[in-house]
Every structure is written in C-alpha cells, then in structure tokens.
Design a protein around this ligand. Sequence first.
Ligand SMILES: [Zn+2]
Length: 510
Amino acid sequence: MKTLVYSNIYTMDCTHPFVEAMCIEDGVVKEIGGRGQFAEQDMDQVLNYSEQFIFPGFIDTHVHTSPCGALMTGVQVHGETTITGVLAAIKDRAKSEPSGQWIFVAGFQDKNMKEKRFPTLEELDQISTSHPIMIVHNDLHPYMCNTCAVERLHLNPEVDGVETNKKNEPNGMVVDPYCMPLLEEISQIMPKDELIAGYKKMDDYAVSNGVTTVFTKDFYPMQRILWENRSQFKTTTHPMVMINGCTNEKDIARVVEDQDFARRATMCVFADGAFDGWSASVIDPYKDRPDSFGMLYYSDEELYAFVERVHLAEMQASVHAIGDNAIEQVLRVYERVLAKYPRADHRHRIEHFECPTKRAILKAAELGVALGMQPLLLEVCEGMDMEGYRCFIGDRVERCSPYRSVLDMGILVGGGSDFSVTEMKPLRAIMIGMQHPVPGERFSLTEGLQMYTCNAAKLGCLEDRKGKLIPGLDADFVVLAENPYTTPTEEIADIPILKTYTFGRLAYEK
Ligand SMILES: [Zn+2]
C-alpha cells in the first residue's frame, strides 16, 4: 500500500524542516519532497491536506497506565466541590454496576472540597458494602477505600502507608510510601479484559489529542499485558517499568531477563513524593510545616544499588524526583555510577525535576542526565499565578519548572502529561510552557514541539523509529487545522486536531 500525502509538513528534522509531500509505504515514511516530485499514478491512495498542517505524531513520555486505564471508565468527580456531591456521583454509579464490580473514582482533589477532606470509610460503606470503591486523588496518591476494597486489597495495618483507626484496623486511607505498591496489587486483582478495555479507552483518548506514542509507566505484570496485546492498540507503547524497591532483585531481574524488555525498557523508581502531601524531599523545611523536610524513599546506598544494576544491564534508569533534596540525591547517585562505569549517551532520566537548585541544573547538564518534564504541572499544580504551591514551599515555587534554564544548558527534555495528573494534551502543554508565569523560564514553540516529538523520541531511545517525518521512520502524524506558527500563543491549545495517523493508518478523525 503506497500513499502520497500533500500538505504543509513540518518534519522536525533540521535538514528538511518543511516539505509539501510525503510518500508512505507499509506504515513507514518512504520519501519526502516537493509537490511535483511524485508520480500520483504509482500510488494506491492520495491524501490531500494542502490546506492543513502536518507534524510528527506527539509522544507523551510519562503516562500512568493503571490505575489511569481503570480511571478512564471510573466515576469522574473533577467539578465536585462537596463531599455530598462526590458521594452522590458514586452512589449513582453503584446502582448500575453489578455487585462485586470495582468502582474507581477519578479527579478527586481534597483541597477543592468545601470540607477539605476525603470521604470517610463509613460514608463510602453507606453507599455499598458489595462494590469495592476506591477514590484516587488527582495526583495519583493518596487513595481512599471502602471496607469491601480494604478486604479485596488485603490492606495490612502493619504496612507503612496503610492508615489505621484507634483499634489499629485500616481506616481506608492509603498514603505514601504504599501508594505505588498498591497499584501493582490492583493490576493483578483486576480482570485482564477490564484492564485492556480501560487501556483502549486511554488509547482512543491519546490519538484524539494527536498522541501516537505513549510511554507507559507501570509495574511489570501490566507491562506484560500491554506488550502481549499491543496489536490491539493504535498508539505505540514504550515500557517504563516501575520497580517496587531499589534492592528488589527479583523485580529487577524479571525485566532484565525478559527478551521483550531487555535493553529497551526504562526502569523506574521514586526518590520522593509530591509537595501536596509534604512528601517531596526538600533542603529547607516546608513553609507551612517548619519541622518537615518531606521524605526520601531510599538511602543513597539503596538508590546506588538500583542505578548500578540498571546501568550494568545496559538499560535506562528513570527516577522520580520533585523536591530539590531528592533531585540532588539522584544526581549524586548518577554521578557515582557514571564515575565508576563511564558511558557516553546513557540517557538516564529524572522525572519531573520540578524544583531543582541552580547547582542541580548545572550538574544534570554536566552528567548528561535527560529529563521527563510536564509543562501542564504549571497549570494544575504550581498554578499559573504560582500560588498552588506557595503555601507549601513559599518563594521556592518561583524555581519550579525551570524550562529556559534547563534548555539553555543543552539538557535533553521530553514532554509528558503524568496522566492523569494532567491531561494528555501536548498542544495545551506547549502553550502553557510558552506562557510560563516566570517569563524568563518560557520555552519557544519550536522547543515545545521538539519536547513532544523528536526529543521525546530520543528520551525513549526511539529516534530511529519515531519523532520525525523522514524516510525510514514510522508514518505517525497529526493533521492540524491551523498552523501553530501563525496562531496567537493563547489559542494554540484550541487548534483542532483533525486526524491522527499511526503507521500510515487513520487512527482518529474529528
Ligand atoms: Zn508520574
């Protein structure tokens, strides 16, 4: 099957940044060039998008698969501002679900509630004792369960992160450090077809936003399910395998020894939590809790053991680090490993890199550490007025999401959503980064597009397949109704995505 596409094509390749025609064969870009360069009679299909604008399909470098797949089909409470409203929405769903069926609740933010709290176990039990109910905070931690879910998940009051009542029984609330391990439990408890159905919803959502490659962050069992069923999905998935504990050799070895994942998967751990729960690790104490510095999940030695193991397996490490102290810890460990086993182009990653010190930015550049960053955190967490985190970290909020500082140091940055923390909407993310509340930290449109195409591909070592529209690479592309280069910045997010193609096949049509 040979397809010729006419359009205004931005290839994201600096040798031929703009072409008018592209020839696709067997899902791959064969040739690019001028309008008159190709013989239409040799083609099976000619697509004329001369009035539209084509870019490489967007790549989201950080997406949480479960519970987000399940949350896509869950109760949505984004707009609710009262506990009564949230409970009513759950009750409504419980009426139509057969008993025993999981009910996930997405988009919950306790700070948006008039009551400034989660529903209690008792309140959730009043809705149902036969459906396991779990409310997932919008930041993906903490969670709140009813008794049925507590039982299904075998929540153990002895485990750190499982909160208890006066009788030392679980009170339904799960906080860090147990949030991520619990996700693995859920992906094993839920029926496989439900997990796949949830992921398919996410897949449809991705292509509707022009996303053609998704870096899926999840535990090994879910990664196996995604890998085995990959032909059912429109997007390409790139595994970011979460490891449950830095020294969990069993967890690490099963990935390293898996022929499908060896050398190509990214291995992920968390160095700290988030500002919202005072669990991001900070050098100076929290503003509203002067005796709290957050927490590091691992000692330097534990983190070193993980990075060394991954590095020696010739794989890529990725460590979530939000607070300045956690970021410095990760860099310290990367430096030690790289000093002992130097490797050019290792591409070890830090996720979020949300509030680094200046010296950390310099160190990341020096070590060649790559970053997975999420511009929509500016809107959703830090706040476009920067007030979202000021209560937690005071003026340090001005240091958050330092795009200009990072890019000027030549650091490789890939864009992502951290879905469902923020929406999987690259055009919106680019627009927000171009309007960074600290004007000196804004990035340009081209830099934003690179973060979601060619540089994102590089972040996942996929540059020989994805991220540009040049011969030999997959024909993943998005057709936009307007040219972002001539659209006012504040309207970029509203540019209609008319079509999305993956491997030369239509995956979405508006
Ligand atoms: Zn994340």
